[in-house]
Design a protein around this ligand. Structure first.
Ligand SMILES: [Zn+2]
Length: 113
């Protein structure tokens, strides 16, 4: 459900950037998506194609880099990979605090001028 609104905000952002750069066509958009961002990548791709139709971003390649989630234990400082938001510290059993893995951002846009 929220992939459509995400796709629309990405297209909007990209269109604004492209316009500022005087570009006619966006060729490539690179995104970083955290594994715990809750974004379904396949669904996002599908929605992006629909949202980009008849915009400068139509037909642009969507390159998605997944960022593996990891966190740190607030009690003992151990760092570990997080498969879910509630992941126990391997050392003391407290919940790890997410450090990265929830990001969703456009990192670069390649355009035709
Ligand atoms: Zn710990």
């Amino acid at each position: 459900m929220h992939e459509m609104s995400l796709a629309m905000s990405i297209v909007e952002l990209v269109a604004t950037e492209a316009k500022a750069a005087g570009a006619r066509q966006v060729n490539r958009i690179e995104l970083e998506v955290g594994t715990l961002s809750g974004v379904l990548v396949d669904s996002l791709r599908f929605c992006f194609e629909a949202a980009a139709r008849e915009t400068v971003a139509a037909g642009a390649a969507l390159v998605i880099r997944e960022i593996a989630a990891s966190g740190r234990c607030p009690a003992c400082g151990v760092e570990g990979a997080m498969a879910g938001l509630l992941t126990d510290c391997p050392g003391c059993g407290q919940y790890l605090v997410l450090d990265k893995g929830r990001e969703l951002r456009v990192v670069s846009i390649t355009v035709d001028e």
